[in-house]
Design a protein around this ligand. Structure first.
Ligand SMILES: *Cc1c(COP(=O)(O)O)cnc(C)c1O
Length: 963
């Protein structure tokens, strides 16, 4: 045979597949040999029950190269028409500082990190999130803020839920929303209220007190731009023992009196215009602040300051025990993945500009609005309000002006009643304002921007009532006053990045979280202006590129899931659960069976399942698992029988959260269906299904997918995520719609679950590109490789640790659970000690104590090479030997490298060293570590101290001094 390759061979179509899948053919053969099987097919036959194996492959087509994919996607993106947006309504053009764009948004050190559950190797993003909380507290004038929620509208829904929990007006069942709140917020809050059984009343703000309310929501400034004095409204609400909530615009808060100072109990809003592109609706971070006394009711995560073992300040997620993982159906909210990356961007925007820079930006925006208002009034144009920050509403000639604007590639907000609104923003220029005059007044109107500016300045026209002008200091902490040059900023970002372990350092084998490759080619399109700079409420015909991309992704996800329709709106997995449960509930109602309200949930379920069921007002009945970790079918039968009349659904994860393909899954679906219930299959574990089986094929009715797990959207250090739901056709009429932009294919009148019609649309190109570049064959190979790697790792570790559960033929699916409880019995070393010691070896711990306390759940994914998996195995074996030394008494349980883990440089190099092991061993326990040492920057953090002494803003400067 000749050595000369054919052109076909040279044009390797499989290019991307071999980049995405870590192990090469030789490594796969080696792993299969260790497993004692001769082919991939043989292992798959042993692992996946025959009854659920797909006979036909996916119909996505051949894999495309990176070059082909990006070039095609660029042609799709260029179908989007980027008009200048003055639409406002919660979304504004912004300048992302380039130093943040490149070094945060486009930097895998930031975007591939996981949620900071292992705080010792996450101090960088925890500091940035603390900056975000400090920013939120300073601007809102309240004592306590969370580290981001999903968007402004869902934050408002969370505010309503909080109001119900804490209000003393216990008998009241009405939540009042002022009619000048953003339309999408009213929509999302109303959807949530319906689920909870609350009544929503929308009306003029002053009407709030005429109802039996437990809470009320006002917008500041209003959606049409009025700077409403909310002080008296708030006081009236509180007189009724109800909770006063204010949705505020973050930029306006620079100039306006903080709502907290006006008495508000909750202040929330979007941080989008602090440097985060509009992205056709998301992802963006919402801020949420409230009074200290409501801290136990706060939804989402709070970052707090605690101490490490050496007494240094150290950050961590505070009150973790409150989260849905532990509290399940009693949790405050189902929120899990949030918007960490975007919260960090907004925080860095504030760090970079500082209070003075922000004041300049906000004042310039306000000046342009004032010039616009003054000029129009001089020409006799009627404005709806006498006050404004950045938005003015004109009450006449809507159709004529809007048509002129569209011809000039400009979008205004088209309100009802012949009104239109114009919101100016950070990117607006003098030329833009001149152009706006031309459009509204017609050319040759004789207005001059410079002359108007002189007039506005001389007469001190701001549109802001004197009583509402901010007069207090904010962002006085050094973090907001030290990094205003680009050099300082670059180093600050890098310094924080260095403290965090992300996928660009080593594998993060978090079971259930699927931390796989987030390929660079997948990430590139998200910052293309054609995708990044679109307002979610622009007319559909301007968003053709988005529509094409979303429709293609839709069809692929339909193929992958075996369902009939998909909604992209939910912006996290938990949000998808909630949307899916609403669909189930509405389906039952449509058949006159609205009484069905029991949700069966296996005891092993993820905490978001029961928390979401509670949000849909369902009654959770727990189904037991047997000794093998499978759903106890006898118990399921009995429970389903018991609640038959009222059975709404089961929520089940497949492969199970125990990491096995249960062979009874079809029977489980049948049992539930026989009793008139629906099957909700949690799709977080789709990475073990794609191309091999599918929820629709198995017999489920609805699932969410975590695009930020299986479909390569990076975790961002704790978000963003996308949690689309797939449904069978009978549930399709009940999927979320949107009150501002109708989502094609959904039913008129259905409520929204997210602020934007397509949720976090800007990151959908990531999953689109992944699927395109893998094709049908690549996707199936990814699943198979994930299963091979997990079984290889299981086999290797099983010689040293007990493996908790296995399925048929002793195989696992795509993850496995290592049981550390017996070792704790024999040595006193806990799963926590092992997790922290792994940091010294340069690894992030696997998922700890979920779904079983005292265990580690490991998921290698298909993206990790055998070399990396072997490194991890080596670390685990070495740790096992360390435990053995404690078992044998060579080391005491108080003095060994496990309980002192993780080791920092200061610890190892300190002057005192009274340990039973030497310093070098502490830091370099195996030779491989020395080549690429990752140093945790704090030692083990004291959780209890942090919760007892809750500090949730940047600590005062003197606490930084040495003690
Ligand atoms: C990750 C996960 C969820 C929640 O998804 P989020 O996007 O974090 O809200 C739900 N169920 C399971 C099994 C998961 O692993």
């Amino acid at each position: 045979m000749s050595n000369v390759k054919s052109l076909e061979q040279l044009e390797q179509k499989q290019d991307f597949i071999r980049r995405h899948i870590g192990p090469d053919a030789n490594q796969i053969s080696a792993m299969l040999a260790e497993l004692g099987v001769s082919s991939v097919e043989e292992l798959m036959n042993e692992t996946v029950p025959a009854s659920i194996r797909l006979e036909q492959g996916l119909s996505i087509g051949e894999s495309r190269t990176e070059v082909e994919t990006l070039s095609y996607l660029k042609s799709v993106a260029s179908k989007n028409k980027i008009f200048k947006s003055y639409i406002g309504q919660g979304y504004h053009p912004t300048h992302t500082p380039n130093v943040i764009l490149r070094n945060v948004l486009e930097n895998p050190g930031w975007y591939t990190a996981y949620t900071p559950y292992q705080p010792e190797i996450a101090q960088g993003r925890l500091e940035s999130l603390l900056n975000f909380q400090t920013l939120s507290m300073d601007l809102t004038g309240l004592d306590l803020a969370s580290a981001s929620l999903l968007d402004e509208a869902t934050a408002a829904a969370e505010a309503m839920a909080l109001a119900k929990r804490v209000s003393k007006a216990k008998k009241a069942n009405i939540f009042f929303i002022a009619e000048d709140v953003h339309a999408q917020t009213i929509d999302v809050v109303a959807t949530r209220a319906e689920q909870f059984g609350f009544e929503v009343v929308v009306g003029p703000a002053a009407d709030a007190v005429n109802h039996e309310i437990f809470g009320a929501l006002f917008q500041y400034p209003s959606t049409t731009g009025e700077v409403v004095d909310v002080q008296d409204l708030i006081a009236d609400v509180q007189d009724k023992k109800a909770i006063a909530c204010v949705a505020a615009d973050i930029m306006s808060l620079i100039l306006l009196k903080a709502p907290g100072k006006l008495g508000a109990d909750v202040v929330l809003g979007s941080a989008q215009r602090f440097g985060v592109p509009m992205g056709y609706g998301g992802p963006h971070a919402a801020f949420f602040a409230t009074r200290d006394k409501y801290k136990r009711s706060l939804p989402g995560r709070i970052i707090g300051v605690s101490k490490d073992r050496l007494g240094n300040d150290a950050l961590r997620m505070a009150m973790q025990t409150r989260e849905q993982h532990i509290r399940r159906e009693k949790a405050n909210s189902n929120i899990c993945t949030a918007q960490v990356l975007l919260a960090n961007m907004a925080a860095f925007y504030a760090v970079y500009h500082g209070a003075e820079g922000l004041r300049t930006i906000a004042s310039r925006i306000n000046r342009f609005a004032s010039i616009l208002a003054t000029g129009l009034k001089a020409k006799g144009v009627t404005l709806k309000h006498d006050t404004w920050f950045d938005t003015i509403t004109v009450t006449s000639n809507k159709d004529e002006v809007v048509a002129r604007a569209e011809a000039a590639e400009i979008n205004f907000a088209k309100n009802h009643d012949g009104e239109f609104s114009i919101s100016v923003n950070e990117t607006t220029t003098r030329e833009d304002v001149a152009e706006l005059f031309d459009i509204i007044l017609g050319a040759g109107h004789g207005l001059d921007v410079a002359a108007l500016d002189a007039q506005v300045t001389a007469d001190n026209i701001t549109g802001i009532p004197a009583s509402l002008v901010r007069d207090d200091e904010f962002l006085t902490h050094p973090n907001f006053n030290s990094y205003h040059s680009e050099t300082e900023m670059l180093r600050y970002i890098k310094r924080l990045e260095n403290k965090d372990l992300a996928l660009n350092h080593s594998m993060i084998s978090l079971g259930s979280c699927t931390m796989k490759l987030n390929a660079t080619a997948e990430m590139i399109p998200i910052t293309w202006p054609e995708f990044a700079n679109m307002h979610p409420f622009c007319p559909l015909d301007q968003a053709e590129g988005y529509q094409v991309m979303i429709n293609e992704l839709h069809d692929w996800l339909v193929d992958v899931t075996g369902y009939d329709a998909v909604s992209m709106q939910p912006n996290s997995g938990a949000q998808g659960e909630y949307a899916g449960l609403i669909a189930i509930r509405k389906y039952h109602e449509s058949r006159g069976e609205g009484h069905r309200n029991v949700c069966l949930i296996p005891s092993s379920a993820h905490g978001t399942n029961p928390a979401s069921a509670q949000m849909a007002s369902m009654k959770v009945v727990v189904v037991e698992c047997d000794k093998q970790g499978n759903v106890d079918v006898a118990d399921l039968k009995a429970k389903a029988e018991e609640v038959s009349e009222n059975l709404s659904c089961i929520m089940i994860t497949y492969p199970s959260t125990h990491g096995v393909f249960e062979d009874t899954i079809k029977e489980i679906c049948d049992i539930v269906h026989q009793h008139g219930g629906q099957v909700y299959m949690d799709g977080a574990n789709m990475n073990a299904q794609v191309g091999v089986t599918s929820p629709g094929f198995i017999g489920s009715d609805v699932s969410h997918l975590n695009l930020h797990k299986t479909f390569c959207i990076p975790h961002g250090g704790g978000g963003p995520g996308v949690g689309p739901i797939g449904v069978k056709s009978h549930l399709a009429p009940f999927m979320p719609n949107h009150s501002v932009i109708n989502v094609p294919g959904t039913t008129e009148g259905n409520g929204a679950v997210s602020a934007a019609p397509y949720g976090s649309a800007a990151i959908l190109p990531i999953s689109w590109a992944y699927i395109a570049m893998m094709g049908s064959e690549g996707l199936k190979q990814a699943t198979e490789t994930a299963i091979i790697s997990a079984n290889y790792l299981t086999e290797k570790l099983s010689e040293h640790y007990p493996i908790l559960y296995r399925g048929q033929n002793n195989r696992v699916a795509h993850e496995c659970i290592v049981d550390l409880r017996p070792l704790k019995e024999s040595s006193g070393i806990s799963e926590m000690d092992v997790a922290k010691r792994l940091m010294d070896y340069g690894f992030h711990a696997p998922t700890m104590s979920f779904p079983v306390a005292g265990t580690l759940m490991i998921e290698p994914t298909e993206s990790e090479s055998k070399v990396e998996i072997d490194r991890f195995i080596e670390a685990m074996i070495s740790i096992r030997k360390e435990i053995a030394k404690v078992e044998s008494g060579e080391w005491t349980v108080e003095n060994n490298p496990l309980v002192f883990a993780p080791h920092t440089q200061a610890d190892v190099l300190g002057n005192e060293w009274e340990r039973a092991y030497d310093r070098f061993y502490a830091a370099f326990p195996v030779p491989a570590v020395a080549k690429d040492k990752f140093w945790p920057t704090v030692t083990r953090i004291d959780d209890v101290f942090g919760d007892r002494n809750l500090i949730c803003s940047c600590p005062a400067v003197d606490t930084y001094r040495d003690e």
